[in-house]
Design a protein around this ligand. Sequence first.
Ligand code: FPP
Length: 289
Amino acid sequence: MADLLNSAYDLVLSTFRWGVIKVLAIGPVPQHIAFIMDGNRRYARQRSMAIKEGHTNGFQALEKVVDVCLKLGVKCVTVFAFSIENFKRSEEEVAALMELAETKLLDFTKATLHRDGVRVNVLGRMEMLPESVQKSFRISQEMTKDNFKHVLNFCMPYTSQDEITTAVQSAVQEKVCARVTEGDIERYLMTTLGGSPPLNILIRSGGAKRLSDFLMWQASENVQLHFIPTYWPDIGFWDLFPIIMDYQTKVWSRQEGKCGSKRWASVGFECVALIVIVTLFASLTRWRI
Ligand code: FPP
């Protein structure tokens, strides 16, 4: 009986979440969100788990977050999966991350990403990875190369300084003697080459307030930075909800004056829809608000 009640409650809760996502999707949706997935080890230690388990749960969280982003209509998601600096971690941890990378990204691609029209790009120094991981990444990329609905940039092994240096080298080679401009460098960034739109939001989980050499060029202009305390494996829709609302509020306030009536129609409709959904949820679950 308790199991039945729990499943019924889960069903109501996921329907509620689905409704809220649909309402948010009415408003302006960010085109590109990036994540620094921090806190896997602290999550594992807190629960007396092996570090590998923390990373495994981190990958499951990544799947959930990508699912929410696709449902919202976000065009591009970029995740920091492994920094070049992470090779300095213990052999055991690096091996565990490589094993996860080899199996999980391909499984996710086959099970979900390809079906949902997501193109998978692996950004970074692929040649530093074991051959078996490179092979698995190449299969994911090849399988999804003709998908144009969404993009998932899986940064591994990546640092922003390496990306910018490579972009400058390519721009200099192209220009030979002419002056290299910011635009030239931008054209050669890994994210640009992979067809990503400009970054709108960068979210770091785990409480630290720094970029750790991730998307430093892309985050330098018109990007909302959010540092949330949640450890990455615990991240869920309700961590993203206030961030998306904040983005929408900022877009709407920028639009003020430009297209006032359209903006208010959108805000009004979204508010009414949210109230209806919350009321329905409250009455279904006898939740008193
Ligand atoms: C940072 O948290 C996280 C990483 C170095 C790896 C992130 C990996 C995943 C989310 C799994 C998917 C990725 C691969 C490669 C398959 P941390 O380990 O530094 O945690 P801490 O801040 O608590 O020490």
